[in-house]
Design a protein around this ligand. Structure first.
Ligand SMILES: *Cc1c(COP(=O)(O)O)cnc(C)c1O
Ligand SMILES: *[C@@H]1O[C@H](CO)[C@@H](O)[C@H](O)[C@H]1NC(C)=O
Ligand SMILES: *[C@@H]1O[C@H](CO)[C@@H](O)[C@H](O)[C@H]1NC(C)=O
Ligand SMILES: *[C@@H]1O[C@H](CO)[C@@H](O)[C@H](O)[C@H]1NC(C)=O
Ligand SMILES: *[C@@H]1O[C@H](CO)[C@@H](O)[C@H](O)[C@H]1NC(C)=O
Length: 564
């Protein structure tokens, strides 16, 4: 009772204080409106409101004002007839070069219609042998960075047999294919345990690392929506996989790229901390990252996640079947998985160092409540109540089965052994590269990838020269560098030495004339990094994507996009 009167008293006091100010405001406003008719006041107020809302929307968009100004500038520069013609000619040239490259100078003929009568098996397999003659990079000899992670003929045999048994299965119909459902659940459970998940940890299989990452991003976006965040943002190291950019694009999440330390190449956790806002829906760290194979400081990112109650996704797509076995292989690592309280999800690719056929990966969550946000349910569809856990509808049960069979065949000791071989080979090649004059290695690679560059010459010249000798490294940019991703194929006797010898020879040759111009792919990469108009780079790359489905020289002339 006493409290209530007290409250009333203080309210009265407040009124007494505010009243005189309000009086002044009232008189001032009425003075302002003196001489205007009410309709005028209404129109002006309405107009002003519209202008203010417009201004706010103009100023605060996903892209900063500067970004948009830049785009606007380039768009208009590109409208100038001279520039337009020049760009069209360049793009046309790129397109022709790419097609020519894919079509091997027009020597390839394509099947453009269904054969009227189906081929006999004999003819079919002869034809397939012809197709195989097109390949000229010899991955079997370990000449590729990454790409094929095992290539063991015994695994090929097992995978094809298992594929045959489950060729017609589709996990979408888990009632019809309970065997595949069991395998899928077991793959997920085995992976959860590899990453020290608790009893509540869970996950799903997907078609690959990209889909696993997309699912994690969708999950945390929807969690943010439920918490009332209208415009979720994710904080992602610049070195994290581009699949996060794809997710941002597909699911309308704002992505903020966090810089890495230029010496260690690890994400700058202080910068990440500063970038956290009330809109942040997830933090990302790579274990390890694709470009230079560096482990981000996951422990520190996890601490940020706990402190600010933000989910942390660990992208272990690349190293998902190496890092969990490194302790037992004799190369201890700091914790990077569900042992850390902040880590809420992990992506790991069974189709990389899990040695399963392409088309499988897992996304894991620390608990089941989070995974609910990943699901999609259409309860009103006339085709039935439709629900999927991941992006795909129908899926290949045979791929699930082949993945399960691969994991069960190799077993823990098998993975530990191959991890040991790969880490030892990476160390051996890394040491070798560090001794080659003119080259340096980025940061401290602790898993399977070695990123390297040069202060003395254009590093793309080295990768071009190696390409001409039948090697296939990955070109990286910002900064200009290349990497070798060590696979089981590089652990075979002599391969590492052969590689080092070739790099040594090429580097020595280049150092004789360190400032010579770079041609080929290297020139394209060098140029692409220096073009300020990034939309132009994208357009050039469209030519490559178009080229992959090219069946001979284009029949329509695709100049300046007019017939596109
Ligand atoms: C390969 C890779 C991915 C994406 O995996 P895909 O299977 O190619 O879709 C994601 N992150 C890292 C670090 C990777 O190396
Ligand atoms: C662009 O297309 C238009 C219309 O097809 C054509 O007239 C023009 O010559 C083309 N420009 C170039 C540079 O090819
Ligand atoms: C996702 O995982 C859960 C539990 O492991 C399982 O019940 C469900 O069928 C899975 N769905 C798909 C599409 O993988
Ligand atoms: C792993 O390596 C050890 C020692 O090198 C060997 O004895 C064992 O047979 C290997 N196991 C597998 C599964 O490859
Ligand atoms: C494409 O252009 C070339 C010359 O620029 C021309 O000879 C050819 O007829 C054109 N093809 C088509 C399909 O327009």
């Amino acid at each position: 009772m006493a409290d209530e009167t007290k409250q009333q008293q203080s309210l009265q006091q407040l009124k007494d204080i505010v009243q005189p100010y309000f009086e002044v405001f009232r008189l001032y406003m009425n003075d302002l409106c003196e001489g205007f008719e009410p309709w005028q006041i209404i129109i002006v107020t309405f107009g002003l409101t519209v202008v203010l809302v417009w201004l706010k929307e103009f100023l605060f968009q996903d892209e900063s004002l500067l970004e948009r100004a830049k785009k606007f500038f380039f768009r208009n520069v590109r409208r100038l007839p001279m520039v337009k013609a020049r760009i069209a000619a360049e793009i046309e040239k790129t397109r022709n070069d790419v097609e020519d490259n894919f079509n091997k100078g027009g020597t390839i003929t394509y099947m453009k219609h269904l054969p009227k009568q189906g081929l006999s098996q004999e003819k079919l397999f002869r034809l397939i042998e012809d197709y195989r003659q097109l390949a000229d990079v010899n991955w079997e000899k370990g000449h590729c960075s990454g790409t094929v992670y095992s290539g063991d003929p015994v695994l090929t045999d097992i995978a094809t047999k298992v594929y045959g048994i489950f060729a017609w299965s589709n996990p979408l119909h888990s009632d019809v294919f309970p065997d595949v459902r069991k395998m899928e659940a077991e793959v997920v459970r085995m992976c959860c345990n590899m990453f020290h998940g608790g009893p509540d940890s869970c996950g799903n299989m997907t078609s690959g690392g990209t889909e696993s990452i997309l699912m994690a991003c969708k999950t945390f976006r929807d969690r943010a929506y439920e918490k009332g965040i209208k415009f979720p943002e994710m904080l992602v190291p610049v070195t994290a996989h581009a699949a996060f950019d794809k997710a941002a694009h597909a699911f309308r999440i704002k992505i903020k790229h966090i810089p890495v330390d230029s010496f260690t190449m690890q994400v700058d956790v202080d910068a990440m901390k500063k970038a956290i806002s009330r809109n942040t829906c997830m933090l990302v760290g790579s274990a390890p990252g694709f470009p230079h194979g560096i482990m981000d400081p996951i422990e520190e990112i996890s601490k940020l996640g706990v402190k600010y109650d933000i989910p942390v996704h660990v992208d272990s797509c690349l190293g998902g079947f190496l890092v969990p076995f490194m302790d037992k292989a004799g190369f201890p690592l700091a914790p990077f998985d569900f042992r850390l309280p902040g880590v809420t999800s992990i992506s790991a690719d069974t189709h990389k160092y899990g040695y399963a056929p392409k088309g499988s990966s897992v996304v894991l969550y620390s608990n089941k409540n989070i995974r609910l946000y990943q699901y999609f349910v259409a309860p009103d569809w006339p085709g039935g109540i439709y629900a999927t856990a991941t992006l795909a509808g129908s899926r290949a049960g045979a791929i699930v089965a082949a993945c399960w069979a691969t994991m069960v065949y190799i077993g823990e000791q098998g993975y530990i052994n191959s991890t040991r071989q790969i880490i030892q080979t990476r160390q051996y090649i890394e040491d070798g590269l560090r001794q080659i004059e003119g080259l340096f290695v980025y940061g401290k690679p602790s898993v399977s990838v070695i990123g390297f560059g040069s202060l003395d010459f254009n590093i793309y010249r080295l990768s071009d020269m190696l390409t001409s000798k039948g090697w296939n490294l990955n070109a990286l940019q910002f900064p200009s560098s290349v990497h070798l991703c060590v696979t089981l194929l590089h652990t075979k006797p002599g391969v590492a030495d052969h590689f080092l010898q070739e790099v040594r020879q090429c580097t020595a040759a280049i150092l004789k004339d360190p400032n010579a111009k770079c041609g080929g792919m290297g020139a394209i990469y060098g140029m692409a990094q220096s073009i300020p108009d990034r939309s132009l780079v994208s357009e050039m790359v469209h030519c490559f994507l178009d080229g992959t489905t090219s069946t001979g020289p284009s029949t329509s002339n695709m100049t300046n996009g007019s017939t596109h």
